[in-house]
Write a protein that binds this ligand. Structure first.
Ligand code: SF4
Length: 303
């Protein structure tokens, strides 16, 4: 259940063109039942099983007919670009403040409790602790990640809401005859992350994420603010131009809670079945994610 508590009036946004229409009604999202395919085609029973078999290995995307998203006007896109340029030299705190002023209470943040997310949460704790923050609880998260959520609530005063897929892990694996992460991780990420983010972000005009440009080539072009075509709202990345060192310096300086797995050889932590420790000599901080599959992203940050 999403509860949005207004924090302060969104008064300082330079233009009301940033205000979007009401969110679209939620239809057909993740309506999974036993014997259904994946929620993206609406098939059931034997037909669904056959469709699921054909899905194996295929690119998974949000089909706009089944999953409509809001479209921006030309003016809105131009304005977003202007803001992106203007915010490029600003500190993350200033970017978060701008986001709050423009969009609260229709601003949300998604976090997987990575170091970047913890840093932004520490900023929100000072600037606007009532911001609705959620975690995509796939059911496959490490226990250490779940415990970090409790420590964040205790130390920062921000309770991160869990947003679950429509099926439990047991139901999902039964439906697919076993863990899908082994045979079709794209589909698994789609069902357990992408669809859930789609469902939540429809209630908001903007979302924040902790991605950084230097995390991977795919993320290298991340603007501070952009229109997120996939989910149909504004996306803000306050740490886009920070480095890993910047993030950890802040964590150490302010004693921000972080996942203890980072001290055990996991620079990037996702779901346990798809995360391993990095090996000696591996410099890519995401090398331990979906190792050996060629997959590098879960689909939340790619169009
Ligand atoms: Fe499934 Fe792995 Fe994606 Fe988690 S990271 S949703 S377990 S494929």
């Amino acid at each position: 259940m999403i509860q949005v508590t207004p924090t302060r009036p969104p008064a300082k946004c330079p233009s009301d063109t940033l205000s979007l229409a009401e969110p679209l009604p939620i239809t057909g999202v993740g309506q999974l039942s036993e014997g259904s395919c994946c929620g993206s085609c609406g098939k059931q029973g034997e037909e669904a099983r056959q469709a699921a078999a054909k899905c194996q290995g295929k690119t998974v995307s949000l089909d706009p007919e089944t999953y409509p998203v809001r479209q921006p006007t030309e003016e809105l896109l131009a304005e977003i670009e202007q803001h992106a340029r203007r915010l490029e030299g600003k500190r993350p705190e200033e970017i978060v403040e701008w986001a709050i002023d423009c969009y609260a209470p229709r601003l949300t943040m998604a976090t997987a409790f990575g170091p970047e997310g913890c840093v932004i949460l520490s900023m929100l704790a000072k600037i606007c602790p009532d911001t609705y923050v959620f975690n995509l609880e796939t059911g496959y998260q490490f226990q250490e990640t779940r415990e970090l959520r409790d420590r964040i609530a205790e130390q920062l005063g921000i309770t991160v809401d869990y947003q679950h897929p429509e099926t439990t892990v047991e139901e999902y694996e039964r439906m697919h005859g076993g863990p899908l992460y082994k045979t079709n991780p794209d589909r698994c990420c789609f069902d357990r992350k992408v669809l859930v983010l789609y469902r939540v972000t429809r209630h908001f005009d903007a979302w924040m994420s902790g991605i950084r440009r230097d995390q991977s080539p795919v993320r290298a072009g991340t603007p501070i603010v952009r229109w997120d075509k996939k989910f149909g709202l504004v996306k803000i990345s306050p740490l886009a131009n920070w480095t890993k060192k910047d993030v950890w310096t802040r964590i150490m300086k302010e004693r921000i809670p972080y996942n203890p797995l980072h001290d055990q050889g996991y620079p990037s932590v996702g779901c346990w079945p798809c995360t391993r420790k990095v090996l000696e000599g591996e410099t890519d901080e995401r090398a331990g994610r979906w190792s050996g599959t060629g997959k590098t992203e879960c689909g939340l940050h790619t169009d």
